[in-house]
Design a protein around this ligand. Structure first.
Ligand SMILES: [Zn+2]
Length: 201
């Protein structure tokens, strides 16, 4: 099974200057999150969906419970697509700053290796749950009804195409041509599907 983030490893830097406005972290967030949505792994190179900055522990929960400093602490920020940000919204079932979930409900920080424990991708690129908490996240982010797998497939196919193009340049044998043809057909079909469902992404 593949990782939600593919071969990209998301880690937040620890050496940063504390800024009072969390929006000013945007450029380092893009670097640390490798320009993909931390939650659904959508690559912003392929989509027109707006990128946003999500507060992992929601802003409202921090403010209501006297933890204003968490509203601008880098370790509480997630580079996110607008759909994931909206779907998660102020939901914080653990009602705790230290436990992000209770093994049944809650969230896992996408910049931690724990994310791979709870969620992964099936062979078609759909995000699937490995645990109860994973189930909770699939349901709240609506991973099961969003065509996220198509973006994944397009990216995977494009990577394969690049490798194949190089192969074909070096040796023009029939097997490579055949594979190139099949993948090109799949890629074109995926692009059409992607365009059709753009609004739901
Ligand atoms: Zn997302």
């Amino acid at each position: 099974m593949a990782r939600v983030h593919g071969n990209r490893i998301i880690t937040r830097r620890t050496n940063y200057s504390l800024l009072k406005d969390y929006r000013n972290y945007r450029s380092i967030l893009i670097e640390d999150f490798k320009n993909i949505c931390g939650y659904c792994g959508k690559n912003f190179e392929y989509i027109s969906c707006q990128s946003q900055i999500d507060h992992f522990i929601p802003l409202s929960f921090c403010k209501e419970n006297g933890k204003d400093e968490l509203t601008y602490k880098y370790e509480n920020l997630v580079y996110s697509c607008s759909v994931c940000n909206r779907n998660k919204s102020n939901d914080w079932p653990s009602k705790s700053f230290t436990s992000h979930h209770n093994n049944i409900q809650g969230y896992v920080d996408p910049a931690s290796s724990d994310y791979d424990v709870h969620l992964s991708r099936d062979e078609n690129g759909s995000i699937i749950a490995n645990t109860e908490v994973g189930n909770y996240m699939v349901s709240h982010f609506k991973f099961n009804v969003r065509p996220i797998d198509i973006i994944w497939l397009v990216e995977q196919l494009q990577e394969k195409l690049i490798v194949l193009e190089k192969k074909i340049e070096q040796q023009m044998d029939n097997e490579s041509f055949k594979e190139f043809y099949i993948i090109s057909k799949k890629l074109n079909k995926s692009f059409s599907t992607l365009k059709e469902h753009k609004e739901q992404l």
